[in-house]
Design a protein around this ligand. Structure first.
Ligand SMILES: [Zn+2]
Length: 191
């Protein structure tokens, strides 16, 4: 079922997700809804908070995005990330490299806003799987960025938390538009 995407600054976006215990039919339904909603919005990732539920479940699918390559390793060996899509993250635990790379990022909870965000170059991910096991991989490129962005959501953290105070001042008006549910005017509108 396609759900409504929660926009900034709804309080649920700041809520830390509770950990998933047993994988119940409710969790399966939540995951289905996340996929339906993400695909309809043409996103590469969506966290539960973004459909109003503070729980540690997020989905990612970078399939078909060639202009921003993804990298993935399993047990240290490079693999084709598309062979492992779509991904479900349940209670994910991350270990990040200190080296960071900056690239542009959007968020379905901030329509129209694109920001340059520094993120760890590579991230190690341990996640629970739907069959009760665990899955461990390393991610870089777009996939690494998507994992870091979505897992931030699961802890109530947002991409605007990664920019400087000076940059925050520059987007203050944009955030006001988003809060009011209005589109951010483009430069053409202002002329
Ligand atoms: Zn987001």
């Amino acid at each position: 079922m396609i759900r409504e995407i929660v926009h900034y600054d709804a309080p649920v976006l700041r809520a830390k997700g509770r950990e998933v215990g047993e994988i119940t039919p409710k969790i399966h339904a939540l995951i289905d809804d996340l996929f339906d909603t993400m695909r309809e919005a043409r996103g590469v990732g969506l966290a539960s908070q973004q459909i109003g539920e503070a729980i540690q479940v997020a989905v990612i699918d970078i399939t078909g995005i060639k202009e921003r390559p993804s990298k993935m390793w399993i047990a240290g060996k490079p693999v084709d990330p598309e062979a492992f899509m779509p991904l479900v993250l349940i209670n994910p635990v991350l270990k990040m490299t200190k080296t960071k790379v900056t690239s542009h990022e959007g968020c379905l909870s901030f329509p129209g806003l694109s920001l340059d965000i520094p993120r760890a170059q590579r991230v190690n991910v341990k996640t629970r799987t739907l069959d009760g096991g665990t899955f461990e991989f390393d991610a870089g490129g777009l996939l690494g960025r998507a994992v870091l962005h979505e897992v931030d959501h699961l802890h109530g953290k947002l991409f605007i938390d990664h920019i400087s105070a000076a940059e925050r001042r520059l987007i203050r008006e944009d955030l006001e538009y988003i809060k009011r549910g209005e589109p951010i005017p483009t430069e053409e509108d202002e002329e």
